[in-house]
Design a protein around this ligand. Structure first.
Ligand code: SF4
Ligand code: SF4
Length: 573
């Protein structure tokens, strides 16, 4: 039912059941928020979004207050602004004064609120927090001293990921965010997804930095430093340099990476094609040999750790394929090293990932050959942007360049890995070919596309009717796993990504992107697929050559040794 309300003396339409904040946003008006998270139940705890409602003695929180017919609202009265300003001053009263050194300087919501509300002096002095930095995790650094207790990280960890690695601890002014029993994040159930970083308004959460180590290796003449970048990076890095969301800057990125000093530049979409060759073969083998079904993808390291901790009964369902990052790492230090006449120990292998969990994956013991890591360091998209700026490179002035061959050549199926549903679509295309000996008439599998947290489809492959499901956000994964446990048997293959929408919205991507930006990134990946000539992994000529010259056949002895792995049950507190 529609109703009318008055906002700042203007009459506007509202719908029954909407909150004041919903209505304001729909009409292009804004009030500041801190604890609010779109799509999650409002708590109104930070009180930053307060507005004045005629007839009400106290200010009300716009995020949680439903609209009523005839409501008269003031969003920026003196009383409202003073109240918001006081909240910010209180938050600043015990906040560390080290903005100039902070990761989020220039991109901090607290800093912006302070600026917007014209906070120009310290009227309230509080005792500074003395919390320890938690650097125990391979992926995430927590700085509780910078935390303003908005609770967003706790909610995303619990309500989107279903992990609950962090929680409010203590009471009153002694409240802080911590892991169970005050153990470091590395001993918690944290799956390293980085979604908490994406929602944190301040610098209280950030990725574990790898830039210094990479710089040291770049200046070591004994090292050949190679870099690979994940399929989604070229469509998200652009935003760090002022381009429109979804703008594809792959050529400029290749050029920038060479200016920084990387000796070889490779595209992880190549090893995404390789993953598909192995994974589609594994799927067909399982289906035709009564193997464990449904098979579940294993390229998301956040999901893999979640399965090891919370769903170890599902580990036999996980594909044994390493992720594209690790496959590329293994191929670089074997096939590439051999063809270039390089010793694997003299290759320093870097990857750029949309993901903080990749920093954890890279350090897993299983991801080594003869004591040498497949991948040596991982940069997030944000860190790559920082590295480019650090080198004084004006990306706008570069001429586009191609990645190095052969490990920089991909099909468009490999590129689709960047979006939720992309691995599935790429795998279906190749599995169809393996089963029927024919290409699909139409390559698009519309049922697995889009940003929804759960998608299902059925695909005909000759006489086989294959059921597939795609989930992102591990709360959604938990639901479908429960269905499998309860005997659901019409689904043969499940793609799981920890981050909602997949890698285009990974925990290492630029901070502050809204849903429109994520959609724009996704659209670009599908546009690339639409335009490219080679749409299936098994037709990538360099993949064919890699099998001919080096690997033999998918699931063969060499592939098994280099490209497959195993998982382990992990105990949790
Ligand atoms: S990285 Fe993911 S799992 Fe770990 S605390 Fe943050 S949201 Fe939770
Ligand atoms: S760590 Fe960040 S997201 Fe979490 S409560 Fe503190 S300020 Fe909010």
């Amino acid at each position: 039912m529609n109703l009318t309300i008055e906002v700042n003396n203007n009459t506007i339409e509202a719908k029954q059941g909407e909150t004041i904040l919903d209505v304001l946003n729909r009409h292009g008006m804004s009030v500041p928020t801190l604890c609010h998270m779109k799509g999650l139940f409002p708590t109104g705890s930070c009180r930053m979004c307060v507005v004045e409602v005629e007839g009400r003695r106290n200010l009300v929180t716009a995020c949680s207050e439903p609209v009523m017919p005839g409501m008269k609202i003031k969003t920026h009265s003196s009383r409202v602004i003073e109240s918001r300003k006081t909240i910010v001053e209180l938050l600043l009263s015990n906040h560390p004064d080290d903005c100039l050194y902070c990761e989020r300087n220039g991109n901090c919501e607290l800093q912006k609120l302070s600026e917007d509300l014209n906070v120009r002096e310290r009227r309230i002095s509080g005792t500074k927090n003395n919390y320890k930095l938690d650097v125990s995790s391979a992926s995430i650094v927590r700085d509780p001293a910078k935390c303003i207790l908005c609770g967003r990280c706790v909610r995303v960890c619990d309500e989107i990921e279903g992990v609950s690695a962090i929680e409010f601890v203590g009471r009153g002014s002694k409240t802080f965010i911590d892991t169970s029993f005050n153990h470091g994040l590395n001993l918690s159930t944290c799956i390293n997804c980085g979604q908490c970083i994406m929602v944190c308004p301040t610098g209280a959460l950030k990725e574990k930095p790898h830039i210094s180590e990479i710089k040291n290796n770049l200046s070591d003449p004994s090292k050949t430093v190679v870099i690979q970048y994940a399929p989604s990076i070229s469509v998200s890095l652009a935003e760090e340099f002022g381009f429109q969301p979804g703008h594809n800057i792959i050529g400029l990125m290749n050029a920038a990476l060479r200016r920084i000093g990387f000796d070889f530049v490779f595209d992880t979409s190549f090893s995404a094609d390789l993953t598909i060759m192995e994974e589609a073969s594994e799927l067909v083998h399982r289906i035709t040999n009564q193997g464990v079904l449904p098979m579940i993808t294993s390229c998301c390291p956040g999901w893999v750790k979640y399965a090891e901790e919370f769903s170890h009964d599902m580990l036999p369902h996980l594909s044994s394929c390493k992720s594209p990052q690790q496959m590329m790492g293994a191929i670089i230090k074997s096939y590439f090293a051999e063809t270039e006449g390089l010793a694997p120990e003299n290759i320093y292998s870097v990857s750029v990932m949309p993901c903080t969990a990749k920093k954890f994956e890279q350090q897993r013991e299983e991801m080594t050959q003869n004591g040498i890591s497949d991948v040596d360091a991982v940069l997030t998209t944000r860190e790559l942007a920082r590295l480019i700026r650090m080198h004084g490179i004006d990306i706008n002035k570069l001429e586009p360049e191609l990645a190095d061959s052969p490990l920089g050549t991909r099909s468009s199926a490999g590129k689709l890995f960047g979006s939720s549903g992309g691995v599935m679509e790429a795998a279906i295309r190749t599995a169809h070919y393996f089963v029927t000996g024919k290409e699909m008439v139409k390559f698009q599998v519309k049922g697995v596309r889009g940003l929804e947290g759960r998608k299902e489809a059925f695909v005909q492959m000759g006489d086989l009717r294959v059921g597939v499901a795609v989930v992102s956000g591990l709360k959604n994964a938990a639901d479908i796993i429960e269905e499998v446990r309860n005997g659901r048997s019409d689904i043969h293959f499940i793609e799981v990504m920890a981050c909602p929408g997949g890698c285009i919205n990974g925990g290492g991507q630029p901070i502050g992107a809204d849903e429109d930006a994520i959609r724009a990134r996704m659209r670009t990946l599908y546009d690339i697929d639409e335009k490219d000539a080679i749409k299936v992994s098994h037709k990538n000529p360099y993949i064919v050559e890699l099998y001919d010259k080096f690997l033999g056949k998918p699931l063969g002895h060499k592939s098994h040794h280099l490209l497959h792995t195993h998982y382990q049950k992990r105990d949790i507190f």
